[in-house]
Design a protein around this ligand. Structure first.
Ligand code: NAI
Length: 420
């Protein structure tokens, strides 16, 4: 396929800037570089078509190039309308990858770009949040005829996949990359923790120290966000619906209370639940004037924008990625990046060293599902533990760190049931 003719992008003249960004990411992704070398030799995807939906920025671009180096014909589209970077799209087209992506398309155009990425009838897919999977299991089943399997990036996508599997409707195997240790322990926690404040800080240019930051949801992402908020000097409040996570937040030193109480106290709010309407009308009623709302969960449904709009008299953009809602009683509530993932829509996403491990898992999982799809069947499966350990070992080696090995006696001791 000719990538230049077939692609739909905003501006091909931005390629030079894109190439530089990809080069910078690549130079901080040693684990993925090792996998690229293996793929170049083994050609695991020779003659296969791979369609990818991910946040279309520099680290993702390098993953696409690694899959291409493994012999695949790669097509890529964005997994969020605001996280696609036009210079990256232009660079990828020059590199022979077919791109269907633009920054800030309309909802209809966004969907049409996702659909275009499936028209090649791919053999393998990489999905992020389940958009490709949904299309392939509803309106565009005909594009799924060749799919052997794929890999899913995030918590929300896996929830959707498991629902599809439970329904008996999943048509091919999918690897739950998010559930690997080398994903959620680092990407969700440290990646989201750091990049959320990167997004908030560069967008608002305000201080975090001394402010009250409300973190909604204390899962893997929420733990990272709360940890970094504390590190920046904030007073942190956590809201939860799971009593175990709530105790964990309490033991980690955070205040825990219902959202209706936290809403009165917060200066900044970050939602990371994967759930809808976690901030809604009743909460806007009691918020302080000047409250800043942002979301880091996968979809823009966590902060109810419809109710916010209905309760306000005026809405205006006061800074790039900051919308001010004037409430009827004169208060102002600010929403960052239209309630979309603040770290990607108003920032560059996770650091490259973090995505190095996540995308190493993606690349290995894609090879695994291609090798084993007949054996696995139409199921959601975990990344094999050996692959997870291999990614961690490569990471340690890249850092120059070594660890101990079990002695023969220790192995025997751990395997026995009657040795004291
Ligand atoms: P998780 O399942 O570990 O945590 C979600 C937490 O939210 C759970 O503890 C749950 O009890 C809590 N929760 C659910 N409804 C709630 C409510 N109404 N109020 C308060 N808490 C509530 O999920 P994880 O991995 O932390 O992911 C969260 C979201 O972030 C997902 O949508 C995921 O796809 C997305 N994500 C975003 C990333 C980013 O770069 N911004 C990176 C990785 C994941």
């Amino acid at each position: 396929m000719n990538s230049v003719i077939n692609s739909i992008i905003a501006d091909p003249s931005l390629a030079a800037e894109g190439h530089l960004k990809i080069e910078w990411a690549k130079s901080h992704m040693p684990v993925l570089n090792r996998i690229r070398e293996q793929f170049e030799q083994e050609q695991p995807f020779k003659g296969l078509k791979v369609s990818i939906s991910l946040h279309l920025e520099a680290k993702t671009a390098y993953l696409a190039k690694v899959v291409q180096a493994g012999g695949a014909e790669v097509t890529i589209t964005g997994s969020n309308p605001l996280s696609t970077q036009d210079d990256i799209c232009a660079a990828l087209v020059e590199d022979g990858i077919t791109v269907f992506g633009k920054y800030n398309p309309s909802p209809e155009e966004f969907k049409a770009l996702n659909v275009k990425a499936l028209e090649s009838k791919p053999d393998l897919i990489i999905d992020d949040g389940g958009d490709l999977i949904t299309l392939l299991h509803t309106e565009y089943k005909e594009y799924g005829v060749n799919v052997r399997g794929g890999a899913e990036e995030t918590t929300t996508g896996i929830i959707r996949l498991k629902a599809l599997e439970k329904d008996g409707s999943l048509s091919f195997p999918m690897v739950a990359v998010n559930d690997a240790y080398c994903k959620y322990l680092f990407d969700n926690r440290y990646g989201t923790g750091q990049s959320v404040f990167d997004g908030i800080n560069r967008t608002t240019n305000l201080v975090v120290a001394g402010k009250t930051v409300v973190v909604v949801g204390y899962g893997w992402c929420g733990k990272g966000v709360a940890m970094r908020a504390k590190g920046l000097g904030a007073n942190v409040i956590v809201t939860e619906i799971d009593p175990i996570k709530a105790v964990e937040a309490y033991m980690d030193g955070f205040a825990v209370m219902p959202m209706l109480e936290a809403a009165k106290l917060g200066d900044m709010f970050v939602t990371v639940t994967g759930n809808r309407d976690v901030i809604r009308g009743e909460h806007y009623e009691v918020m302080k004037s000047g409250a800043i709302l942002s979301n880091a969960g996968h979809f823009d449904v966590e902060i109810n924008k419809i109710e916010l709009e209905a309760m306000s008299t005026e809405k205006r953009t006061v800074r790039r990625n900051i919308e001010e809602y004037k409430m009827k009683d004169g208060r102002s509530i600010y929403l960052l990046a239209e309630g979309r993932l603040v770290n990607l829509a108003a920032g560059d996403g996770h650091p490259a060293e973090i995505m190095d491990m996540t995308f190493a898992l993606q690349a290995m999982s894609l090879k695994y599902v291609n090798d084993q799809y007949k054996v696995i069947g139409s199921k959601v499966v975990n990344v094999p533990y050996e692959l997870d350990q291999q990614v961690a070992s490569y990471k340690l080696q890249s850092l120059g760190y070594r660890i101990d090995k079990l002695t023969a006696e220790q192995s025997a001791y751990l395997d026995s049931w009657n040795e004291n």
